[in-house]
Design a protein around this ligand. Structure first.
Ligand code: ADP
Length: 994
């Protein structure tokens, strides 16, 4: 009962939301006559006028929030007229006039919500309205699509409207280099996939120069197929990872001693636990315990001192993991060894999972046990979840045909409301009741019979399956029956789209997985445009456009039309295009009438998907824009969903019904039961996505802090005061607190230790300069501070202020990156280990938050200290190898700098021009931390190579490769180019050992 009540309430609130927008539709319509009377030029001039109107409203506002509010208000005010202008441009540039419901969809997108619009309602065109309006603010609009093909298609198709109005359009696809990406992001509107946008963000945060960044902020984004991107893909975060330099010999060293150990038993009495042997194994909890005798034996076997000493912690962990590898992990049960590799066996399905690895050294321990090559661990260099990436946008919106079932998640995670937009024409699709068979086999034969029946009547059929194997199974049955059909198992989105697009032709039978060709419009009678493309290419009537040409300008020159065919872009004259296209269009109209008479497209579902949303997506393929059509699902009690989530219920049902072979049941009870199972799975999946997010949220705060600091460094924000007033005073107070606490009499102060500790960071000599015995605590602190500040200022005199700022920036960046990388690795380990805390009655998430916070604090302290140490202890060495100790010495050297290298410096950044070549060599001072200095050297090396690369590229050297982009799951190889875009090999850049 509640459900129908709720539905009504939801219905009315949705209706109210839509109704509120109707007066605006009228305003837009009222503009139509005057806008239609404008010449093309006058229409285009509207863009300039709108921009001026925004400028007037926002002029002189300094405060960022106030500016944003003023800008938003200006856009809201412009909306009716701007939408009218886009509608007019739509008519002129692509021959489509936005329907009134599309205007409503556009307004919902503009307001930062989700427009739920059924398939075929023209969401691609809807997006042009808010895209244009928001692009007027000049901060960039991102349109996110599910694949590269759709990004290109939509940018090309809708680009005609934007360019007509004088806006620029860019597309981000997989194979672009940084320069091309930067150009695409600089455009008013940028199309691309979620992966590309997310990875560009991560890569940008590994860059060393502001000018290398490709993105220019996260202002407004429209996510197409928003459920697929923000929900289905949200379970796996984006990760850029690379191999570490950790050695693997410990695994082998530990492995050989395990057989020497003796397995014991655990006997538990009420009073105590008695262990025997060297270790005991707890199979239920997959845990092991090494006994005290065991550890003694291990110490002897390994020839080490106390295993509990800090320097042996690592070995202790290795031993424990190796014992597990030998006792709890069995060959051919938990894993198999194939071609010299240890491959995990999935515990539920029994399937091999090549490529997956156990974490925390377990996989390596098993490799050692099996005597195969031990692979090094990978480590995360940068990572983010889609949830947190998309939260970066000041305004986020989305569109899809199927969002409503996930309303709670959109609201909770993204604060996105959903507005269901009415269809342009009444929906005519016939939705048949589900039919259920006892076995999968009976089901498939019934499906095949139905297809044959429909096919005999020339009605087109699109069959959705849950996997390629199931598509093929059905295909075999149809082959035996002699029914002609197409099986779609192409791996390429574009091929997929081409085939799916023709699924509405007379008598066509198409079998595809449920999600194949998502976003492709199925026109009854066939898609004339796709057929025209094919014809033009086959008959050589179009010219292939090279990739570089395509990236620079997504639209064709005057008189020419561009289109994609099988992943390649082509160009032909308007005339040529029109003549071929109109021919196909005429034929399609005739065929459409016949298909409509046969009942339109018939959708057959062969299994209910885990989520209702995907079922709805498949159903939605038919009955677009008031077309006739039908949908029907065929199920069996053997389907995964039934088996896994309703097993007992199913078997009782079987007994009760005593179903006969081949006879289906059509029952509301079953349909309801299936929906309940789907809802249960949806909830479970939501929980698991929430789980990923809860963990990422912890890191997100840290990532924001680090990226924020990094960004400030790139932007050249002056760090001197921060270093001297914040970092220096913090270090000083903690040294004082440790050695000269306020509550201890000066006689008791450990001044020797104090100066030693300070000397370690700031260089020796303070004890000679300051007589601590004559000072109180406050005076002592002041005296040290003044001395240290003096040293710093003196160094600055030698280097020049610009030189010092430059070194601060470079040193801080290197130190931060190196520590952050280590921190990410430590966080990975923490997350892996934290699951075990559940046993200790601790909420793992709470423990994770607490510990990661402590780790982060420690990292930031270390960052301050390493920064101080490097800056205070760096020495400036002249060309003859002797230190330069005075500004005068320095001055004498300046003209000696090599003009060639100075030129390199000039191009490397605004401040760098002042720094003579000699400054670029910073030798390793004694006792200074190796890590940061090494990093620094690498940094210089990186810059040098990058500049040489840039110079080479400018000179047209094709061998200078651009940095290769990375995808989720893809890893950087040691010899690949580093994802940060430095142009260096990964092993020499971010992958270099700290
Ligand atoms: P969706 O993504 O909502 O499923 P598409 O954007 O693929 O829909 O558009 C579906 C079809 O409707 C396309 O062939 C498009 O050309 C057509 N279409 C959309 N809007 C209009 C319109 N206002 N006038 C004419 N045709 C339109």
């Amino acid at each position: 009962m509640i459900n129908t009540v709720l539905a009504k309430v939801f219905g009315t609130s949705n209706e109210r939301a839509v109704k509120k927008l109707l007066p605006v539709v009228e305003q837009i319509n009222a503009f139509e006559p005057s806008v239609a009377a404008l010449s093309d030029e006058a229409l285009r001039a509207k863009t300039v006028e709108f921009r001026e109107r925004i400028a007037v409203k926002t002029n002189g506002i300094e405060d960022a929030d106030a500016l944003r509010a003023a800008e938003m208000a200006a856009l809201d005010e412009l909306l009716p007229e701007a939408f009218a202008v886009v509608r007019e441009a739509g008519k002129r540039a692509v021959g489509m006039r936005h329907f009134d419901v599309q205007l409503i969809g556009g307004m919902v997108l503009h307001s930062g919500k989700i427009s739920e619009m059924k398939t075929g309602e023209g969401k691609t065109l809807v997006a042009t309205l808010p895209c244009y309006l928001n692009a007027l603010a000049g901060r960039g609009v991102h349109v996110v699509t599910v694949n590269d093909y759709l990004a290109k298609r939509d940018a090309e198709w809708m680009g005609k409207i934007y360019e007509f109005l004088g806006l620029t359009v860019g597309v981000i696809v997989h194979d672009l280099d940084d320069r091309q990406r930067r150009e695409a992001y600089a455009a008013d509107i940028t199309y691309g996939t979620n992966n590309e946008f997310g990875f560009d963000y991560l890569r940008d945060n590994m860059k060393f120069e502001l000018t290398d960044l490709v993105q220019r902020g996260h202002y407004y984004s429209i996510v197409d197929e928003v459920d697929s991107i923000l929900i289905d893909e949200a379970r796996t975060p984006l990760i850029i990872s690379g191999p570490t330099d950790q050695t693997t010999d410990k695994y082998a060293r530990v492995n050989v001693i395990i057989p020497e150990l003796e397995r014991g038993e655990l006997t538990e009495t009420i009073e105590q636990k008695i262990y025997t042997g060297d270790y005991v194994v707890d199979e239920k909890h997959k845990a092991i315990t090494v006994t005290d005798e065991g550890w003694e034996k291990i110490e002897k076997l390994l020839g080490i001192g106390n295993i509990a000493d800090p320097e042996n912690w690592d070995l202790k962990h290795h031993v424990e993991t190796a014992v597990k590898a030998h006792t709890l992990y069995r060959r051919d049960v938990e894993y198999v060894v194939k071609d010299g590799e240890v491959i995990i066996v999935d515990e539920f399905t029994g399937r091999l999972m090549p490529g997956r690895r156990w974490s925390d050294g377990l996989h390596q321990s098993i490799e050692a046990k099996e005597g195969v090559a031990i692979r090094k661990e990978d480590q995360t260099l940068a990572t983010i979840t889609f949830q947190n990436y998309f939260r970066l946008y000041k305004k986020l919106s989305g569109m899809t045909g199927t969002a409503e079932t996930e309303a709670a998640e959109f609201d909770k995670i993204y604060k996105l409301e959903i507005v269901v937009i009415p269809t342009n024409r009444p929906m005519l699709r016939l939705e048949h009741q589900d039919v259920v068979y006892r076995t999968a086999k009976e089901k498939y034969f019934a499906v095949a019979d139905e297809i044959q029946r429909l096919h005999d009547n020339h009605q087109p059929v699109l069959v959705g399956t849950t996997s390629i194997e199931k598509s093929e199974l059905l295909s075999q049955i149809l082959q035996k029956k002699g029914v002609r059909h197409v099986v779609l198992n192409a791996k390429f989105h574009e091929r997929e789209a081409e085939i799916v697009a023709q699924a509405g032709r007379l008598g066509m039978v198409t079998i595809a997985t449920n999600m194949a060709g998502r976003g492709t419009d199925i026109l009854l009678g066939g898609n004339a445009e796709f057929m025209a493309r094919q014809e033009l290419v086959k008959k050589n009537l179009a010219r292939a456009v090279s990739a570089a040409e395509g990236a620079i300008s997504p639209t064709a020159g005057p008189g020419m039309t561009r289109f994609y065919y099988q992943g390649q872009e082509f160009e032909t004259s308007h005339q040529q295009w029109d003549s071929v296209f109109s021919d196909f269009a005429a034929r399609a109209v005739e065929e459409r009438a016949k298909v409509a008479e046969a009942g339109g497209l018939f959708i057959i579902g062969t299994e209910r998907h885990e989520s209702r949303r995907v079922d709805n997506q498949l159903r939605g393929r038919a009955g677009r824009q008031g077309d006739p059509g039908a949908s029907k699902f065929y199920l069996s009690l053997e389907d995964d969903l039934m088996r896994i989530f309703a097993r007992e219920w199913v078997s009782t049902l079987l007994q009760r019904l005593g179903m006969e072979e081949g006879v289906p049941i059509e029952s509301n009870m079953i349909t309801r039961r299936i929906e309940a199972a789907q809802k249960a799975v949806e909830t479970q999946n939501f929980e698991s996505r929430k789980h990923v997010l809860e963990y990422d949220d912890v890191m997100n705060k840290q990532r924001e802090a680090v990226y924020g600091l990094r960004r400030g460094l790139l932007e050249g924000v002056d760090q001197k005061e921060l270093i001297l007033d914040d970092y220096l005073t913090t270090a000083l107070s903690s040294a004082l607190d440790a050695n000269a606490p306020a509550d201890v009499h000066p006689d008791q102060w450990k001044t020797t230790e104090l100066f030693a500790a300070l000397g370690d960071v700031f260089g020796p000599g303070l004890d000679r300069e300051i007589d601590a015995s004559q000072l109180n605590r406050h005076e002592l602190g002041e005296a040290i501070y003044e001395k240290l500040r003096g040293r710093y200022e003196f160094k600055e005199q030698i280097l020049s202020p610009q030189g010092m700022r430059y070194h601060e920036r470079v040193i801080m960046l290197s130190v931060l990156d190196s520590l952050w990388k280590d921190h990410l690795l430590a966080m990975d380990h923490l997350k892996e280990g934290i699951g075990l805390r559940g046993y200790a009655q601790q909420d793992p998430l709470v423990a994770y938050k607490k510990e990661s916070f402590e780790m982060f604090e420690a990292m930031m302290l270390r960052f301050q200290e390493d920064t101080l140490r490097t800056l205070f202890r760096m020495q400036i060495i002249g060309p003859d190898g002797t230190p330069i100790e005075t500004p005068e010495q320095m001055a004498a050297l300046r003209p000696a700098a090599s003009p060639e290298l100075e030129a390199v410096e000039v191009s490397s950044g605004e401040n760098a021009a002042q720094i003579p070549q000699t400054m670029r060599e910073i030798p390793i001072p004694t006792r200074a931390p190796q890590t940061t200095i090494d990093e620094l050297e690498r940094e210089f090396q990186r810059r040098k190579e990058r500049e040489l690369n840039a110079a080479r590229q400018a000179g047209g050297d094709a061998s200078a490769e651009p940095a290769a982009p990375r995808r989720a799951g893809e890893k950087v190889g040691r010899n690949d180019l580093c994802p940060c875009g430095s142009g260096k090999k990964y092993k020499k850049c971010h992958g270099a050992e700290a």
